[in-house]
Design a binder for this molecule. Structure first.
Ligand code: NAP
Length: 558
């Protein structure tokens, strides 16, 4: 019998996923502790406070559906809430769970080491000096989009004006907003045109003297369709939460948008055009996830909707040369994450907005006064906003060292052998370590609060099994891990997302070793993932080893 750990379970992260996981474990009776790098809860919504930051899932679906009290208490004021409101929602949830008392804030995990002798994790914090603590179970809830990534261009730190990464925006100390920075009359550069860049650009364009947009790859941006939510609408939403939840549970990714049960090319062109027009005007991901069911698998079907969105860009951008530069040519519509916008394309009709196409003139370097491109031109600016995104899905895990049973770190194992997991939840050789919303999990391509909560509810059963049977270790069975990897690979290969380089497929040109596509998400959709999980549970937690052995079947002698 080894030594007893300080805690039964430690959760890293106080974002949407971490808070709920910690709460569930505490309610189950485990001695818990949470570690959070920020001074308070909120995760991505704590850090991303750039102008224009807002959610592009319908607010009322971007929710903790498990709490009736929260659903009835919280009033969303916009169809797609701004960052301060989403953060306020998460703070309300934290109060309701009384979760802050279980967290240590302003602390980052530096590394965690599995202790074979005592079967527990030894966790070292950045600020902890030489005193680590121990825990039987370790849950990573560090988020799939939480490791901000600066661009790998020379001189970024030599700039003498103001600069920020969107994912680490300065805070207003007295509110949920970003710091009150006046950009009026300033010359501002924005590098990056993903979902964050698009949101910043359309806000900045309203006030700055000159806005220089540094675009490497254009994206298929589509209108968000935001609108205020009246009290009457909110009351209706509250009365219908159950039905809404049930509907979202049947969709691919937990959003209120469902495939049309028809093949694109089977639909007469006129009817299809009308449908596209309707979906384009529709809220949120209507066109992306409410389209004909085959368009993300069949290249011909994809080409039809791609042509439609191309036309939309041309209609909205007056200068045909600029419109062409804003049109993606290396991937079809929907095969990368679609940024949602509000009058984004119209910004380029303004005299103060200048598009710099980095495919023609790449950034050579950042200099004290501005950005120099390969044509020798130095654009002098007062502010640079890096909207260059995140090292996604595996990035947060890559910035912590987790040493498993054989002393190798998870980073090393994945570097040597490629990313492999069981259910995107556990990795062979790393007992009692759970990667929530991690690589290859069903919740990655999903409406995160809804889907991660569903996965956590399932973990509840797994952990109850541990508690009831006095189990010390859970591990992934290597055979089950191989099978899971194979399934994820097969599913991803079926669709066009898997054939496109983007953060979904692990490509980040700024990160060494992240240039090739990887199998980082389960592409079978959340309904299938949930069904699979239930099946595994009913099959005596198939694929997990408890204290080194598969679970004993009820009918078998112990
Ligand atoms: P992103 O989609 O990865 O976009 C990063 C942008 O920076 C890309 O345009 C990229 O160009 C560019 N870039 C990166 N390195 C560069 C370099 N060295 N030189 C020039 N350009 C460079 O990141 P993001 O916009 O932060 O969004 C990430 C994800 O966060 C989104 O897809 C979404 O899931 C989530 N998000 C959600 C919301 C919301 O709910 N409303 C808002 C923001 C973000 P390349 O494409 O050529 O690499």
């Amino acid at each position: 019998m080894g030594k007893q750990p300080d805690f039964d379970a430690v959760v890293i992260g106080a974002g949407i996923t971490g808070m709920y996981q910690l709460y569930k474990l505490r309610e189950q009776g485990f001695r818990v502790k949470g570690i959070e790098a920020a001074p308070d809860v909120g995760g991505a919504w704590f850090w991303n406070r750039y102008p224009g930051c807002r959610v592009d899932s319908e607010s009322h679906t971007y929710s903790y559906f498990w709490s009736d009290e929260l659903k009835q208490k919280f009033n969303w004021t916009e169809r797609f809430a701004g960052q301060p409101e989403v953060l306020s929602y998460l703070q309300t949830a934290a109060d309701l769970m009384d979760i802050r008392k279980n967290y240590v804030f302003n602390q980052r995990v530096r590394h965690a080491r599995w202790d074979n002798e005592n079967s527990y994790w030894i966790v070292q914090l950045e600020e902890g000096g030489s005193i680590p603590f121990t825990t039987r179970f370790l849950f990573s809830a560090m988020g799939p989009l939480s490791a901000p990534q600066m661009p790998n261009v020379p001189g970024v730190y030599t700039f003498e004006g103001q600069w920020w990464h969107t994912g680490r925006w300065p805070r207003d100390p007295d509110s949920n907003r970003g710091a009150d920075i006046d950009f009026t009359g300033k010359r501002v550069a924005v590098v990056g045109t993903g979902a964050s860049g698009v949101q910043v650009i359309q806000e900045m364009a309203k006030v700055v003297k000159d806005l220089y947009v540094y675009q490497r790859s254009p994206n298929w941006c589509c209108p968000l369709g935001n609108a205020p939510v009246s009290q009457q609408e909110m009351d209706e939403i509250k009365a219908n939460y159950t039905a809404l939840n049930e509907f979202c549970d049947t969709t691919l990714s937990g959003f209120p948008h469902k495939w049309i049960d028809q093949h694109t090319l089977d639909v007469p062109a006129e009817e299809r055009e009308a449908k596209y027009q309707e979906l384009y005007k529709g809220p949120g991901f209507s066109l992306w996830l409410g389209n004909y069911k085959d368009y993300l698998e069949d290249p011909e079907a994809n080409a039809v909707v791609t042509e439609f969105v191309t036309r939309k860009i041309r209609e909205r951008v007056k200068d045909p040369v600029i419109a062409e530069k804003l049109t993606p040519r290396d991937h079809g519509y929907g095969t990368r994450r679609v940024p949602m916008e509000t009058k984004y394309f119209e910004c380029y009709n303004q005299d103060n907005v200048h598009l710099i196409d980095l495919r023609e003139t790449p950034i050579e370097q950042v200099e004290p006064n501005g950005i120099r491109t390969s044509d020798g031109n130095l654009t002098e600016v007062d502010v640079i906003v890096y909207a260059t995104g995140f090292y996604a899905i595996r990035g947060s895990l890559s910035r912590v060292e987790i040493y498993g049973k054989d002393g190798r770190s998870l980073n090393q194992v994945w570097k040597d052998e490629g990313v492999e997991t069981y259910l995107g939840l556990m990795v062979d050789g790393f007992p009692n370590f759970f990667t929530l919303v991690g690589p290859q999990n069903g919740t990655v391509f999903c409406n995160i609060p809804r889907c991660s909560a569903a996965a956590i509810d399932w973990n509840d059963g797994l952990m109850q099994n541990v508690m009831d049977k006095g189990i010390t270790t859970i591990e992934a069975d290597p055979k089950a891990q191989d099978e899971w990897n194979e399934l994820c690979t097969t599913l991803l290969a079926k669709g066009l997302l898997g054939k496109t380089s983007s953060w979904f497929t692990g490509v980040n040109k700024n990160v060494e070793g992240a240039q090739k596509r990887e199998v980082l998400f389960y592409a079978g959709g959340i309904p299938e993932f949930k069904e699979l999980c239930v099946d595994i549970q009913n099959d005596n937690w198939r694929g997990f080893l408890f204290d080194g052995k598969p679970a004993v079947k009820q009918s078998e002698p112990a």
